[in-house]
Design a binder for this molecule. Sequence first.
Ligand code: NOJ
Length: 735
Amino acid sequence: MKLYFLSTAVVTTTFIYQSYALPFDQAEEEFSYTRKLLSEIDVQEAVKQASPLINILSWDESYAKAKMLVDQMSLEQKVNITTGIGWQTGPCVGNNGRTTSPDFPELCLQDSPLGMRFADGVSSGVAGINAAASFDRAAIRKRGEYMGEEFRAKGAHIQLGPSMNMLRAPEAGRNWEAFGEDPFLVGVASAETITGIQSQGVMAVAKHLIGNEQETNRLVHSANIDERTIQEVYLWPFARSVEAGVASVMCAYNKINGVYACESDYAINKLLKGQLGFKGFVQSDWSATHSTVDSANNGLDMTMPGDISFYSGDSYFGKNLTDAVQAGRVQEDRVTDMVMRIVASWYKLGQDQNFPNTNFHSFRPELDKHIDVQSDHKNLIREMGAASTILLKNLENILPLRTSGIKKMAIIGSDATTNQLGLECEDHGCASGSIASGWGSGTSRYPYLVSPLDGIRARAGNIIDITEHLRDDDLPVAAELASKANIAIVCVNANSGEEYITIKAVADANENTIVVIHSVGPILMPWSNHPNIKAIVLPGLPGQESGNSLADILFGDVNPSGRLPYTIAKRKEDYPAKIDHGMSFEYSEGINIGYRWFDKNGIEPLYEFGYGLSYTSFEYRDININLNQGTANDNVDVQASVTIANTGMVDGAEVPQAYITFPEIADEPPKLLRGFEKIFLGKGSEQVVNFSFRKTELSYYSVESHQWVVPQGEFKVHIGSSSRNIRSSATFTLS
Ligand code: NOJ
């Protein structure tokens, strides 16, 4: 019996960053500047300023203000603002140049999508993939709000997230940073996150535009994606981000159809700024700029971290850009446009007023003010950890655990515990013990990590006698322990290759085995049907409150309501895409990503997209369709409603999902997610849930007309509790 972990994080840059020393002269100069910056700060003031009432301006208002400032700038000043000051030469992972007379500050750009990287006193919450698994718009927005609050209090102007690349190949190293395999879900999660972050006056960054769906060869490969697939899958989340008012977009490392993303006229000018009408600024991924003239003319607005390669001391922008303007190869208007976009974004987020000084230092702890900005965010993190935990299997209602019935519990596996080394290493790169986050630039430092063992112990108190074997070897010992317990809990994670042996040894010895999986993404589970494995719980990457969130679910204090944001296949070969080791690869599955592929090819998954069990049951009553405007044009407006009743014995949350089947002419996959809601229902109660389908939801991209088109003909709406558990369907026709 084998367990294959599909997801292996391959994020390498962090360690490259760490291994260089800063050139002496640059270091000294910057050191004194930074020291001055930090000594100016009144710590209390910074925290006080952290909970502002932000008045977010419209783009028109922001541009009007920006014009007055930028009009006073020389070419060199403008160029300075577009150019990062160099890797590790400021307090943040990225800082751009500032100007005086007129004054524009050095902006602080800081990772990551789940919390602040390279800082202490910050929270380390659920990963993007868990935010998506919550299927809870309000919770995702609150997550954005608390992250924005922490970034602001630390004086970071720009949070480098959310990450919104698609989970195309299950092995891809950074899938966990983003929101899964479905564009609609990724779009909603991205927009809510951005709205949340920006409500605190911090700029969000939609990343990475586009085609960064794997880490292998990411600096050089070309993602070859056809026009329709770009529009319907990969650009979709960026479209929703622009609608949400995102301030910045990060172009990717890779090439798109043969052209580097950061100098792609097609991706930046035509699609993002043209078609989507993006008014903010495009920043490069770190060292993803490859030219001066092509990048500038094709839409790049800011190069990060500024130097051509780390510590090189030169830049494709900076003097090279000034020279290119003077030589007539880049128009000064283009440089003015770059700066207008940056300065307007700063005004839009109200950063010209009371923005706290940067008070942390990513690279020099001795210059860090060590301000604790966590507030009570751990409560939301615990809630979200539980709300994003997916219950995959629950035979004989073994869960929730009833403390009175259990005398002895065995907890097995290294993932049940934590060790100091795993907690302290930078970017979680040497994580050992339980994992609650992936590793790389998408992380933030744990303030602490509640292990599964600690969480379960705290909840079980003295009532249950807990024995433990916190290793993945010595299987006879594990089996012996399991055989003497009423319940055996095996904790496994995606960073190890040995747990399948542990799972089998324990399951053979204990007929009430519960498997808990901390994983960065889909895994293969050929053991899932073992009759002694009564329950499978997938908390994914729940962040610092891991063990507490897990205990909340296991003991029924919270009724599970997480849903799979990806498909778990029976076999690796069933997935449509895998990591490509070449330099150029085709996205040959096209628009049939994720569950769409399984639907179209009649492949039975092990657990389908949108799936997750509850401790209660829900009944769906018939759909009502209301065609407010039933013509196939831009004003189309179709409403659907369904009544959902909690018919079980406990309160709980349900996630009704609306899938649409398009008329044949659209040539879409069998069904597409086009709506979801999370509703909380007390036992015995019911609620009407409404879905609204407008042009965005009811159009497909026509490669003939190069436009989004609402087709005429018969549509079907399916409302269900997963992509395969459709409870009620109805048709409507657009004429
Ligand atoms: C590279 C990563 O791809 C990007 O997501 C991150 O924001 C930058 N490095 C800065 O650390």
